[in-house]
Write a protein that binds this ligand. Structure first.
Ligand SMILES: Nc1ncnc2c1ncn2[C@@H]1O[C@H](COP(=O)(O)OP(=O)(O)OP(=O)(O)O)[C@@H](O)[C@H]1O
Length: 370
């Protein structure tokens, strides 16, 4: 195994005469390359969002990278990018390691997923977003706070689950494929919730957040109750959220309600991380046509208008409904295109949260010489 210096020496022997200057030149080169990588996900460069742990030269250059937000699915593309630029094979290992301190108990970021009205696919978006964050290397939990229709137990196939008490004060979350899960639906009968009044409901939901024994999490995704009433307002004020994702469908009615949601979060100063336009179009497998059943680009235009990222345009897809009803997740092989849409949305959310709070994040770069 050869060290970083060999890249400059052109020799397979460790070059004892290599200077500090040469070493730092490669160091700078790799960092410059990282700075130029994919500006859509890494708006001020991947360099600021990573720590280069080690670079070892040999027949291939081995690079170990820490990513400071959930984006590990970029690994093959980063490796190819570096290989192309350096003209040599690169073996890249990527680990996700968020630098931020925990904001709430042992949770680093709480992300509220909200919608101005019911039925637009908020819970479906929350589950797919949470799963995509996990697929990108993060430790993720999901809290179902949708008092009017808690659907996370169904979407995760946990309908009969009853969380156990850890002690007299806290409940253990359920686990679904590594997603720590808590739901108001685990605790209530179907008819119980809707009769709750504002203060009663928001108190209970805050209790559920605070009195669940969450494991160490990078992101907790909260499926909020739909709408912009007292419960939602109180929760938005009380939950120490890093940001909110708004889910809408493209038609005018839904957009008007989405705007109300955005106004609510602006009022309580929760940053809008982005907008998901759900049920954007239907792709007919038989005629290969695309039909914009609920109108075209309404969410995209709204995102542009209020200057927040459009996280994704998710089609109305049989598989999304089907896996949801089966309590399963989209498959990486069978549902590639849909997985890619949620994957990109998750990376944009993670990226936004990182850059939003990263003004003074130190970037530590260590090059080892083994
Ligand atoms: N993109 C999509 N393609 C196909 N079906 C979808 C899509 N998004 C959501 N659905 C389906 O629409 C229904 C409502 O979705 P979901 O429960 O996520 O909405 P919601 O906004 O959370 O609703 P509520 O406000 O009632 O909680 C579900 O049956 C779900 O499977």
């Amino acid at each position: 195994m050869f060290n970083i210096k060999n890249l400059f020496s052109g020799s397979k022997q460790a070059d004892k005469a290599v200077t500090e200057g040469q070493e730092s030149a490669l160091f700078t080169r790799i960092n410059q390359l990282l700075a130029d990588y994919r500006s859509d996900i890494f708006p001020v460069g991947l360099q600021q969002a990573t720590s280069l742990v080690s670079v070892t030269d040999g027949d291939t250059i081995k690079v170990e990278l820490l990513l400071h937000f959930a984006a590990s699915s970029e690994q093959p593309d980063i490796a190819k990018f570096l290989s192309d630029k350096l003209g040599k094979q690169v073996a890249l290992s990527v680990q996700v390691n968020l630098l931020e301190p925990t904001r709430h108990k042992n949770i680093k970021h709480i992300v509220l997923v909200a919608s101005g009205k019911g039925g637009v696919g908020k819970s479906t978006s929350a589950v797919n977003l949470a799963n995509a964050l996990k697929q990108n290397g993060a430790k993720v939990g999901i809290l179902d706070a949708d008092i009017y229709g808690p659907s996370i137990p169904l979407l995760l196939g946990l309908e009969d689950a009853k969380p156990e008490a850890k002690d007299d004060k806290t409940l253990l979350p359920m686990d679904k494929n590594g997603l720590a899960t808590q739901s108001i639906g685990f605790l209530l009968g179907k008819e119980d919730a809707t009769v709750w009044r504002g203060p009663m409901a928001s108190t209970a939901l805050m209790q559920l957040l605070n009195e669940t024994s969450w494991p160490a999490l990078d992101y907790l995704v909260v499926d909020m109750p739909p709408g912009t009433g007292d419960i939602q307002l109180t929760m938005s004020q009380k939950i120490p959220a890093s940001g909110a994702v708004i889910v809408t469908t493209p038609q005018d009615l839904a957009l008007a309600d989405a705007k109300k949601g955005i106004d609510m979060f602006n009022k309580v100063k929760v940053p809008i991380v982005g907008l998901i336009e759900n049920m954007s179009y239907f792709h007919c497998q038989h005629c290969n046509g695309v039909n914009h059943i609920f109108g075209e680009d309404g969410g995209k235009d709204l995102a542009q208008h209020i200057a927040v990222p459009l996280l994704g345009q998710v089609p109305l897809a049989h598989r999304i409904r089907q896996v949801g009803e089966q309590g399963e997740f989209l498959s990486h092989n069978a549902d590639k295109a849909l997985v890619a849409i949620y994957n990109r949305a998750a990376k944009l959310v993670a990226s936004h949260l990182f850059y939003q709070g990263s003004g003074s994040n130190p970037v530590e770069i260590i090059i080892t010489d083994d």
